[in-house]
Design a protein around this ligand. Structure first.
Ligand SMILES: [Zn+2]
Length: 222
């Protein structure tokens, strides 16, 4: 994963952090913003707030150095007994959607970053929290309104490679991309492709590509 850096304005964050025990997930709550927009803003302005990372569907940007305290989950009162700016890294997911929803690709990219941070600082998944879990703030909004989104996010943090691979497979004909369906239908009609029963085909994207190339080459016309 490539992480680009644009250092936050020095007035927006604190000194060296004592410990790194938690990761706090946020969203920027802006529509149509990018990670780059955010790091530019925090580099330029004096806003008295900050986060270590900003993620959108295409890029991951570092703003506050990991060793320093970013000001992302401070509050007058807390729901969480232990997690504070002084012991937590802050990750902001950028909205990047005109409907106000977090795009799945941005969530997926945040998963990759949080996973890398968990490994680097030996942080278990139960110490990955929403801003909401720390202070009660409605952040990241979509993952507070729909706890299933948050549950899915946390599940992905500990997913094994095999589970990930299974996730990437197209189980049913209807789920397959438009470019692959005519080929798959042809192969099913001809009885070349039988699947695993109950209509489960379980094909990877790579396999679909190979089948489509074969179709274009006329291999299945006999
Ligand atoms: Zn937040």
């Amino acid at each position: 994963m490539t992480i680009q850096t644009k250092q936050c304005n020095r007035v927006n964050y604190g000194g060296t952090r004592a410990a790194t025990r938690y990761i706090v997930v946020h969203y920027t709550s802006n529509r149509g913003d990018t990670a780059k927009n955010n790091v530019d803003y925090f580099a330029r302005e004096n806003v008295g707030a900050s986060a270590h990372f900003f993620v959108d569907e295409k890029e991951t940007w570092s703003s506050v150095p990991e060793a320093c305290v970013a000001w992302h989950c401070g509050a007058k009162s807390y729901r969480h007994p232990e997690c504070r700016n002084s012991n937590a890294l802050g990750v902001e997911i950028c909205m990047n959607d005109k409907q106000g929803k977090v795009r799945q690709a941005s969530i997926d990219r945040a998963v990759l970053l949080v996973r890398a941070l968990m490994a680097k600082y030996d942080i278990p998944v139960d110490r990955v929290l929403r801003h909401y879990d720390v202070t009660g703030k409605h952040c990241p909004g979509p993952m507070v309104d729909d706890p299933a989104l948050w549950t899915a996010f946390r599940a992905k943090l500990t997913q094994t490679e095999q589970e990930e691979e299974d996730d990437m497979r197209y189980k049913y004909y209807d789920d397959m991309p438009d470019w692959a369906q005519p080929t798959v239908k042809k192969l099913m009609d001809k009885g070349y492709l039988k699947g695993e029963g109950d209509g489960v085909l379980n094909l990877s994207e790579d396999t679909l590509k190979v089948l489509v190339v074969g179709d274009r080459a006329g291999l299945y016309e006999a």
